[in-house]
Design a protein around this ligand. Structure first.
Ligand code: IPM
Ligand code: MG
Length: 362
């Protein structure tokens, strides 16, 4: 098969980790005979520098003609001025909205060989393996009105949390579809004791549950969920929640895995189902880490695992995805570590070396 991929390396360590992801993909190509036609584009700060915009129509068009998008990271101190007209993050939001990427999948898995590199007790995090489904194109991030303004009594600002039942239904469905291939357990996270949008969320989730009698649905308040994630994270298997709650909870959850450098993500434009390829954008959950950029230090594992997710959800190459995941396991098992997951007695390597090691196991 031949696939068209858009590659948006972005800023900071973005280009370095993307290169390692593509290195692994090349080996997959050589092994499987599948061809990956790569189309590079600009996003974020580098796009602002070169075009004045964080994400151009041209890049958007290019992405639309591809089967999937691989993204590095965006942002950096150079573009941080709050007074600036455009920010690198605008590019990411435009990409999500413009490509209809409403379903953000963030798996959190604690590798047994890394249980000692986190801040939590090993007995708390051992066996943690869940997936967050975050709504990505609605809620406070996008809904209108959204503005700052002057009033006679001073400045005011408004963001709006609004969801339609269609928006809720499609994202909750993603949660159910994943739950049904995993442990038949779905936790829907909301704030239904206070927010109207959450009450609708809860009603719709309960309605969708009728289509999935084999899945057990539990509603959980977002504050209780934040607590449970630290107290007993192994309790969870699949979670689904709205955009802002998901933003906060997934950063919290990422710390269970020891380093953000380990965690991949997928942002899909459809509901993932067996045998169906959905368009998606794939990126590590970490940022551009400007202080580490250009030093060959960054952990490329999150990006390499994002490539695996791309093969699984957008290209239908399930076996190849598994091969990459096994290769990552094997290299960690052999004791190789980047700086962020380094511990005593292990072998420290740079980004390129880690990429080479994983590619070598594919
Ligand atoms: C994320 C990030 C983004 C978000 C930022 C960079 C806009 O925090 O992907 O979680 O808030 O969605
Ligand atoms: Mg975030």
């Amino acid at each position: 098969m031949q696939f068209k991929l858009a590659v948006l390396p972005g800023d900071g360590i973005g280009p370095e980790v993307t290169a390692e992801g593509l290195k692994v993909l090349q080996v997959i190509s050589g092994r499987s005979g599948h061809r990956f036609d790569l189309n590079e584009g600009l996003i974020g700060g580098i796009s602002i520098d070169k075009t004045g915009s964080a994400f151009t129509d041209g890049t958007m068009k290019m992405c639309r003609h591809c089967d999937a998008v691989l993204l590095g990271a965006v942002g950096g101190p150079k573009w941080d001025d709050p007074q600036a007209k455009v920010h690198p993050e605008d590019g990411l939001l435009a990409l999500r909205k413009g490509l209809g990427l409403f379903a953000n999948l963030r798996p959190v898995k604690v590798f047994p060989m890394l249980v000692d590199s986190t801040n939590l007790k090993p007995e708390v995090i051992r066996g943690v393996d869940f997936i967050f489904v975050r709504e990505l194109t609605g809620g406070l991030y996008f809904a209108r009105p959204k503005r700052q303004y002057q009033t006679s009594r001073g400045r005011r600002a408004t963001d709006t949390m609004t969801y339609s039942e269609q928006e809720i239904r499609r994202i909750v469905r993603v949660g159910f579809e994943l739950a049904r291939t995993r442990h038949q357990k779905l936790v829907s996270v909301d704030k239904a004791n206070v927010l109207q949008s959450s009450r609708l969320w809860r009603q719709v989730a309960t309605e969708v549950a009728e289509d999935y009698p084999e899945v057990n649905l539990e509603h959980m308040l977002v504050d209780a969920c934040a607590m449970r994630l630290i107290q007993n994270p192994a309790y969870f298997n699949v979670l689904v929640t709205e955009n802002m709650f998901g933003d906060i909870l997934t950063d919290e959850a990422s710390m269970l895995a020891g380093s953000m450098g380990m965690l991949p993500s997928a942002s899909l434009a459809g509901v993932p189902q067996e045998g169906v390829n959905v368009f998606g954008m794939y990126e590590p959950i970490h940022g551009s880490a400007p202080r580490r950029a250009g030093l060959n230090m960054a952990n490329p594992i999150a990006t390499i695992l994002s490539v695996a997710m791309m093969l699984r959800y957008s290209l239908g190459l399930i076996a190849e995805a598994q091969i990459i995941e096994n290769a990552v396991d094997a290299v960690l098992q052999e004791g190789y570590r980047t700086y962020d997951i380094m511990s005593e007695g292990k072998t420290k390597v740079g980004a390129k070396e880690m990429g080479d090691l994983i590619a070598g196991k594919v």
